[in-house]
Structure formats: structure tokens, C-alpha cells
Design a protein. Sequence first.
Length: 390
Amino acid sequence: MDSEQLYDVIIVGGGPAGCATALSLVRSKPDASFLLVDDADPSKFKIGESLPADTTRILAYLDPDLPETLEADTESGKHVYCTGNASVWNTSDIHETDSIMNPYGMGLHLDRAVFDELLRESVRAISRDQKPGHVLHGSFTAVAKDSNSWLVSVDDVGSGKTIVYRSKWIIDASGRKASVAQKLGAKTVKQDSLLAFYTVFAVSEHSEVDDDHRTLIEATPSGWFYTSQLAHNRRVVVYHTDDKDPSSKIARKIDGFLNLLHTQARFISSIIQDADYDVLNEPGTSYPKCTAAGSSNLEPACDDESRWYAVGDAAMAFDPLSSQGMITALKMGSRLGLELARVLDSDTQAVSEVGRDVKFVGSIRTFGRDDKELDEGVLLTTSALYNKIT
Ligand SMILES: Cc1cc2nc3c(=O)[nH]c(=O)nc-3n(C[C@H](O)[C@H](O)[C@H](O)COP(=O)(O)OP(=O)(O)OC[C@H]3O[C@@H](n4cnc5c(N)ncnc54)[C@H](O)[C@@H]3O)c2cc1C
């Protein structure tokens, strides 16, 4: 990595959105120079595991080897197949959609940290082929403007040093924190205050009892639970509620979390009890963990004139009920990569279409407090983004 070099693009964040942006940019403009900065620790558990089956198409677009590698990883036990969705929502029994009804087949319950690392590895591979690209394990700390370029400060994980890199464009793919955009004065507008409390469970030996490969969603009086089976005889259970709801205080401690689970979510509770799952005991980690899970959008989400864009959760985040977070981040990144390639080639600062898409979504989020409008907005936007790249 060269701190003197003026990169075309610096991307902060190497999750689905950041990696898709880099892969799509180089796919369209192989000589584009970029630096992808990411601070994730791939050995740490990451929440957000359900990958819809049709994601394969977008992965193949980004890197033709990705679907095959993902399948091989699944066959070797890093991820598990998801056979469908089941829900107990305003009913006393389970309603189910089997993946046999899905033309794309089964989705996956990912080891998210492994999946994100696979995406970064794909970016590293093109970086090896395309000399101008680099992937840096580091943490973005500051951004400033110097005449016509960005000065981006990064704490390098290996050396511990702070290094300043220069670029024409900066992309915020840092997830819900929107670390870059916040420093540039943008604001994350929250549509609600949904929180997610999650606990990973484990059984010591392969459990014949737990052969439930569905994502199971169960509504409760003050929120909703979901559970997914994970690789290595594990299972994640997540409780969602508003931060002002009294149950959010109860769910913060493991006793309260288990009490809510076993008294309010009888189907998920049965799975945990029948297979003798225990809360995963890992040194240095305690459950439940809490994370923001509401819907939000960034305002503004981009500025063509000063040359920054937000993408993925940094630009707009959804309630996890939709299971659309990763696919939307991948599609947005793909669109943005294409758009950047076009703008770099023409060297214009014209307002690009992707900016309009992001603003369009932002207006839907503000307008659509009603669930139906919100769902239609999300579907419309993701398919609109996808149609533009196929
Ligand atoms: C409880 C919950 C459950 C979910 N379940 C699902 C699901 O089942 N399916 C689904 O599709 N989606 C799910 N999601 C949503 C999904 O995880 C996100 O939409 C998706 O990860 C967004 O991708 P992204 O690349 O925008 O951001 P992220 O995945 O958050 O990636 C951001 C990256 O930026 C890095 N980063 C952040 N700050 C810095 C910095 N300062 N310097 C360097 N790097 C930085 C991070 O380490 C990370 O690697 C869930 C979300 C929640 C909260």
C-alpha cells in the first residue's frame, strides 16, 4: 500500500456492501485503483446469517467463482442449508414456506464472519491480479479534504501506526455506524428503535434431535423471536423489541432472556430444550448481546460534488424480519461499483443514478411507516437496482 498514491476510490468497510462495490468497480474498470479498509476480526461471531437462495445470482455477477466456493464451504460444514421459513405470527400454529417452492432452491444459514471473509478474499484475489487494488486490515479514524482529494486516516492493525491515504472518492460501507458519513456531517434518521438481543447456543455432540433447518420466527406479546440452526452444532436465538418496551430491560441479562424465550416462544423453546442446547460458553464472550436492528436511512446518503457515497446499511438499514440486508447491500454495492466506473471514465461529477436510488429509498423509508408500503418500497428498490445490472 502506498500512502503517496492517489487512489481512485477508498472504500471503508469490507462487509457485503464494500466488497460488492470493489468487485463491481474492477469488473467494469479493471485499471481502477482502490483501497478497501476493514477492521473485522473473522474469528468473532457476526449476527445476520440467513442468505436468500437468489443471492447466488448476484455473487456470480461479482465473481464467477463465489457460488462454487460457497457451496464447497457449505459441503465442508462451514455453513448449513436453510430448508425454508416458518412463522408463528398472529396464529397459534406454524405457517411454513418450504424452499422446494423457491425456483432458486435452498438458502443458507451462514457463519457470517466466514462469509464476509470469503468476500474479502475475492477482493484480495482481484487485487493480486489488478495491481492498483489493495485490501487493508485497519480501522478508519478520520477524513479531511485537501484541495481536490480526500485524506483518509487509518490505524493499521498489524503495525499499530496511523497512516493517511489519499483518494478521489470515498465510500462509506461501514455498516449502521456510517463512520465516514457521520464525520462528514450526515445524519442517520431512525424510523424506529428496534433492538435485537441474541444468544448463541451449542450442543457438545451432533444432535440427531435438532433436524430443523428452517428459519423459525415466533411473535410474542412485546416483540418477536427468530432462530436459525448454525454450523458446528450451534443455534442462534434472537429477540427483538422496542428499546422503550419493559422487556428490553429483561432481555439484557441471560436469565431474563431465557425466561422470555421459555415462557413466550413455545416453539423455539421446544427446539432448544429437546436438543439439550446450552448457552455457548466462549472465553471473553457473554450472551445475550444487544445490537440496533431498526430501520434507518442516512441524510444525505451521498454528495457527488465532494465525491462521497454511503452504501449498504450505512445508507439504509432494515428491520431483520425481511432477511434482505445482505442481498440489498450486495446489490447496492454492485450498482455503485458500476456507477463509479462510469464516473471515473468520464471524469465528471454529474449526479449519478445510484445517488437518486439511495435518495429514493430514503424518501420511502420516511414516508412508509405502514408495513405494506415499506415492504413494497424495499422490493421495488432492490429489484430496480438488480434490473439495472442484469
Ligand atoms: C439482528 C440482525 C439480524 C440480521 N439478520 C440478517 C439475515 O438473516 N439476513 C440478512 O441478509 N441480513 C440480516 N441482517 C442485516 C445484515 O447483517 C446487514 O444488512 C448487512 O450486514 C449489511 O452489510 P454492509 O456491508 O452494509 O455492513 P456490515 O455487514 O455491517 O459491514 C460493515 C463492515 O465495515 C467494517 N467497519 C466498520 N467500521 C469500520 C471502520 N471504522 N474502519 C474499518 N472498517 C470498519 C466492519 O468491520 C464490517 O466488516 C441482520 C441484522 C441484524 C441487526
